[in-house]
Design a protein around this ligand. Structure first.
Ligand SMILES: Nc1ncnc2c1ncn2[C@@H]1O[C@H](COP(=O)(O)OP(=O)(O)OP(=O)(O)O)[C@@H](O)[C@H]1O
Ligand SMILES: [Mg+2]
Length: 349
């Protein structure tokens, strides 16, 4: 079968021949089929952008044949002499359009090449990140193994083991970030939102002294990777705990919004300065470096939450809570509600 663009060229050829026939048959009306030929050629070129030599060839042929027909009609008195100027004028207009179309084509190719090299650079970066994290894991495991064999409970040993634990966590997060772009990153299944959020809540509230609250929960299911969601919610709760005092509140709730589910972690802690809100989801970003270093964060938790949300086709956002603290909202699409619950209208925005 002929490719579509060849059919388009053929159709235009037939249309041009029919119009040339009309120019011959009705000499006094010939400007109408004459213009039809030019307009259709311009339209066709807009879609096709032929290489330069066929373009000039077609242009020459159209100029020659139509010019010849008009010249004959001028001789026979069917057209005035001025009609002939239409031929160079129409060709000049067509050439201007050819120039613009070719410029646009070059710009598009350039943009495509840039996008391709950017994508390959990103892929190489991710694979580098993956390899480095992977390679670090073995020496860390060996070092921990040897330290654990040492006798005694010296504070130095505890510090060394603690630091190795931190490195381990950073490696885990880097590996997850490197994997997040891959198509097989998620192993999705139906997740019961109410059960899932309650589970996470119990796990945290049982062991961490805070003023815990379980807010309204929407009833229904979401198509998601439960393990990845748990990692994301744990990272948000870990932050909430890290940036609150024992007498401050942490609330977990889930509400339906349009076809999405929004799981929120709201804390009454120190909050995030407005100017830092825009960058906290970036890798290694911290709202307040001094304070975070004290609390031991690498700045990878929220980047990981964001990557998990994006892999689900959702997003994670943060806003200030009133009177103080922060609300993190993890929004996921494809929520199937099983019954209306108070949470459907409870989460205020
Ligand atoms: N609930 C919160 N309250 C106040 N500040 C927060 C809260 N959550 C995050 N932040 C700020 O956002 C920054 C980025 O958070 P993120 O979880 O990515 O990194 P981290 O907690 O510092 O380190 P990591 O999670 O890798 O251990 C934090 O350093 C902190 O300044
Ligand atoms: Mg964190």
């Amino acid at each position: 079968m002929l490719p579509r663009y060849r059919l388009l060229d053929g159709a235009w050829g037939l249309f041009a021949v029919a119009n040339l026939g009309a120019m011959l048959l009705w000499p006094s009306w010939e400007t109408i089929p004459f213009h039809f030929i030019w307009v259709s050629l311009t339209l066709l070129y807009g879609f096709r952008v032929w290489p330069l030599s066929p373009t000039l060839g077609v242009l020459g042929a159209v100029c020659f044949v139509t010019g010849d027909f008009i010249l004959e009609d001028i001789h026979s008195g069917a057209q005035v002499a001025g009609e002939l100027t239409e031929v160079p004028l129409m060709s000049a207009m067509f050439l201007a359009m050819v120039w613009h179309a070719r410029r646009r084509q070059v710009a598009t190719r350039h943009a495509e090449a840039l996008a391709e090299s950017r994508a390959s650079l990103l892929a190489r970066q991710e694979s580098f990140l993956h390899d480095v994290s992977h390679e670090l894991r073995t020496p860390v495991t060996i070092a921990r193994g040897h330290l654990e064999l040492l006798d005694g409970r010296s504070p130095e040993l505890a510090v060394a083991l603690d630091e190795l634990g931190r490195i381990d966590r950073i490696i885990d997060r880097l590996l997850l970030l490197a994997k997040a772009e891959r198509p097989d990153f998620l192993a999705a299944s139906e997740v019961d939102v109410e059960r899932f959020v309650e589970d996470v809540f119990v796990r945290w509230s049982d062991v961490t002294p805070r003023v815990w609250r379980l807010g309204p929960l929407a009833c229904g299911t979401v198509w998601a990777d439960e393990e990845a969601l748990r990692i994301a919610l744990d990272a948000l709760l870990e932050n909430a705990v890290k940036y609150t005092e024992p007498d401050e509140t942490i609330e977990l709730r889930a509400a339906r919004r349009a076809g999405d589910i929004v799981i929120e972690v709201a804390d009454g802690g120190c909050g995030i300065p407005n100017e830092a809100m825009g960058r906290i989801f970036e890798r290694f970003a911290r709202a307040d470096d001094a304070r975070t270093r004290e609390l031991g964060g690498a700045g990878l938790g929220l980047a990981m939450v964001d990557a998990i949300a994006c892999a689900h086709g959702g997003l994670c956002s943060a806003r200030a809570a009133r009177p103080r603290g922060t609300v993190f909202a993890l929004r996921l699409p494809n929520f199937v509600s099983t019954r209306r619950s108070v949470a459907d209208w409870a989460v205020a925005r």
